[in-house]
Design a protein around this ligand. Structure first.
Ligand code: 13P
Length: 335
């Protein structure tokens, strides 16, 4: 394991108030996004959309890396330049989603287990040679009556640690993503309780499997009310409870914590991150790895038309810049 390379990558991912663009939607998920703007889900359209974002003027000022899907890491831009090279040339690190999706947990179909460990060392080697320097694996934990079970938490934590160790051996910095969904009717306190338990088990597994924490990144959910909860906790409570939970569970050896947006609006995701960083005195870099919260406005502005590229790029950069300000805790003051 090349510890120096891994920690250099992890530190670069959260340096200079930058964050990640999660553009690793699977072909199916990308289909839903394109469908929302009436665009056909074919390879060229997926490429054109992502190439448009990657070519945004100034992307490297706010975005340190992009999480790609297998198809995109192998794709060339319309002019023949590999998309990974295009990113590298602007100082943006290419990364790769390596999990094979969340499947029904055997014997407990209401819960999920993420698959993709078989053959992973070989894929990691290939991805490294294609230019990727970090990886992502997402575990999905749902909150409802009687769940999550201990079984779901432990199997997912075990798989996350297996994945992280395999990636580190192959030179990819692992993003460890245990996502607690915000879809339920639970309140913020229940989210905090489950987030704390899951992170505690995840860091225990990472320790048991000898994962090098200095060369890893955590991608958690924020501690937030379930979408269907009648009482939505205010932004300052989200920020305070998220930081409280992370301080309890995440060792300071971890260089960076980069949140998922999880279905929050673009503005909420930015404001929450801003409030946390404005609190100051944090032992890790606190940044973003947003998918929907960086892309919603850009996708709506694009509509599948090259003529709209400039407007879509402006919308994307507006969110990227806002989130970069949130990494410094200066977004609300700048607004
Ligand atoms: P969202 O920010 O849309 O939740 O996506 C981030 C991500 O990569 C989830 O795995």
């Amino acid at each position: 394991m090349n510890k120096q390379e891994l920690s250099a990558t992890a530190n670069a991912m959260v340096a200079d108030n930058k964050g990640l663009l999660a553009a690793d939607e699977s072909t199916g998920t990308m289909g839903k996004r394109l469908d929302s703007i009436g665009v056909e889900n074919v390879e060229d359209n997926r490429r054109d959309y992502r190439e448009m974002m990657f070519r945004s003027e100034g992307i490297g000022n706010y975005i340190s890396g992009v999480i790609l899907y297998d198809e995109t890491l192998r794709q060339n831009a319309a002019d023949g330049t590999p998309l990974a090279k295009l990113l590298n040339d602007t100082g943006v690190i290419p990364g790769i989603k390596v999990d094979m999706g969340a499947k029904d947990l055997p014997g407990r179909p209401a819960e999920k287990i993420t698959e993709g460990l078989d053959g992973l060392p070989g894929r990691v080697e290939e991805y490294y040679n294609l230019g990727a320097r970090f990886a992502k694996w997402r575990a999905v934990i749902d909150i409802a009556d009687g769940i999550p079970s201990r079984y779901a938490i432990h199997t997912n934590a075990h798989a996350l640690a297996r994945y992280a160790k395999i990636c580190q051996e192959g030179g990819l910095c692992p993003i460890v993503e245990p996502e607690i969904l915000m879809d339920g009717a639970h309140d913020i306190n229940r989210c905090q309780e489950v987030t704390e338990e899951v992170l505690d088990v995840v860091y225990n597994e990472l320790y048991l499997q000898e994962v090098y924490l200095e060369g890893s990144i955590l991608k958690p959910n924020m501690v937030i009310s379930g979408k269907k909860c009648a009482t939505q906790a205010p932004a300052d409570e989200v920020a305070a409870k998220t930081v409280e939970t992370l301080k309890r569970c995440v060792p300071s050896a971890v260089p960076g914590i980069m949140f998922l947006s999880g279905g929050q609006s673009e503005e909420d995701a930015t404001v929450h991150l801003d409030l946390m960083n404005a609190m100051g005195d944090l032992p890790w870099g606190l940044s973003f790895s947003y998918g929907r919260a960086l892309q919603q406005s850009a996708l709506q502005a694009w509509k599948g038309e090259a003529a709209n590229n400039a407007a879509a790029q402006a919308a994307f950069i507006e969110r990227a810049k806002a989130n970069s300000q949130a990494c410094a805790g200066t977004y609300s003051k700048a607004a």
